[in-house]
Design a protein around this ligand. Structure first.
Ligand SMILES: [Zn+2]
Length: 98
């Protein structure tokens, strides 16, 4: 047997609970980022034995009005997830409904 498989590049990943901070979605997002920055600063200050610490985030696409997950390829219309989004419906779809 010549191939050896082993685990390496261990990372500690902290998932921040977005719901613990503020009541509005926008404020929760801001708070989540600043909490993560504070956590990273605390780790730098109190821990040793790591070469890098960085904050990474996943991109999430939602409707700006109702926070529904963006499901459409169209950048301006999310299929009518809410009244405000429905105002952005392409004209041809409005005609089909008439
Ligand atoms: Zn919406």
């Amino acid at each position: 047997m010549s191939r050896l498989t082993f685990e390496h590049n261990y990372q500690v990943i902290c998932e921040v609970d977005i719901n613990q901070f503020h009541s509005t979605i926008e404020r929760r997002r801001e708070s989540q980022k600043s909490y993560a920055e504070g956590l990273a600063a605390d780790i730098r200050r109190h821990c040793e034995g790591f070469t890098d610490i960085r904050i990474e985030a996943e991109l999430c696409e939602v409707c700006q009005y109702c926070d529904a997950t963006w499901t459409e390829l169209d950048r301006g219309y999310n299929g009518g997830c809410c009244d405000e989004d429905q105002k952005s419906a392409p004209v041809c779809q409005e005609r089909e409904r008439e």
